[in-house]
Design a protein around this ligand. Structure first.
Ligand code: ARG
Length: 267
């Protein structure tokens, strides 16, 4: 049987959630969003983590920052050290200050200001002994070196090539220290080769899984929470012994985010 380890997550209720601008191909400001549905989907996600025994902290949402629900982009936190995000797009830039304040008020002594652009755990995926890092659309490749210096973990740079999968966490998820699932076509040929070598037994997502952001999942080593529409991944994860909870994140998907995007791990 697989073993879970207790996690601490930071989430932000989608009180001001909206698709008011478009900074990724999923976002169409002409399509209406239903904030009440988004809130119900978010609450269900939070309750799932609580039911699995995890701690969930929340940050107060800020009016005018409709993407703030995607806390994964706020920072990267390893062993209590925090590398804050610096957003690529002006529309999200002000989120950084809100998150900085949150970390300062919650007892984090080692909070680092980034020099280059990085979008937190959106592009830094902590995978046991290493950090997998995405570049191509949001995070600067040079920021990978910053993270390596701050955390003292080897950072492996991966190149994203499909704009639908603009953050690494839309194309790759960690299931356990040395197990991942990912969508190969989102990566450059060299990065695909590297991932095959590092993770020969990885779960490989189908086009249909990827099209519903099914890889945007959170695992505690035993329970995997992911968008329920990713049927193939749900079955594959179960066959490998994970306890799978599929959740409906259809409203959040309109902004190009799903389960993992709404979840920042406080390690
Ligand atoms: N609308 C947001 C953006 O484009 C979605 C962020 C999703 N977050 C993530 N970790 N992939 O920035």
């Amino acid at each position: 049987m697989r073993t879970a380890t207790r996690r601490r997550y930071l989430m932000c209720p989608p009180a001001y959630f909206d698709v008011a601008y478009s900074i990724n191909p999923w976002m169409d400001p002409a399509k209406p969003v239903d904030r009440a549905i988004a809130m119900a989907q978010w609450e269900r996600l939070r309750d799932t983590y609580l039911a699995h025994g995890h701690a969930v902290e929340t940050i107060e949402p800020v009016p005018g920052l409709p993407d703030m629900v995607f806390t994964a982009n706020a920072a990267t936190v390893v062993d209590g050290s925090v590398l804050l995000a610096r957003f690529r797009h002006a529309e999200r830039a002000d989120e950084a200050a809100a998150y900085r304040t949150w970390f300062h008020h919650h007892g984090y002594a080692d909070v680092r200001e980034p020099v280059l652009i990085n979008e937190g755990e959106g592009d830094f995926v902590v995978a046991g002994p290493r950090i997998l890092a995405g570049a191509g659309f949001r995070t600067d490749r040079g920021a990978h070196g910053e993270a390596q210096e701050i955390f003292g973990l080897p950072v492996i740079s991966l190149v994203l090539v499909d704009e639908r999968f603009y953050h690494l966490d839309t194309a790759l998820a960690v299931l356990d220290d040395n197990e991942i699932m990912y969508y190969p076509p989102a990566f450059s040929p060299g990065s695909q080769k590297l991932l095959r070598q590092l993770y020969p037994d990885a779960i490989v997502a189908t086009d249909d899984d990827a099209a519903v952001l099914g890889i945007n999942a959170v695992s505690d080593g035993r329970h995997v929470v992911l968008p329920q529409a990713a049927r193939h991944l749900v079955a594959e994860l179960r066959s490998r012994g994970f306890e799978v909870t599929g959740v409906d994140v259809s409203e959040l998907l309109k902004a190009g985010g799903a389960v993992k995007c709404c979840t920042l791990e406080l390690r």
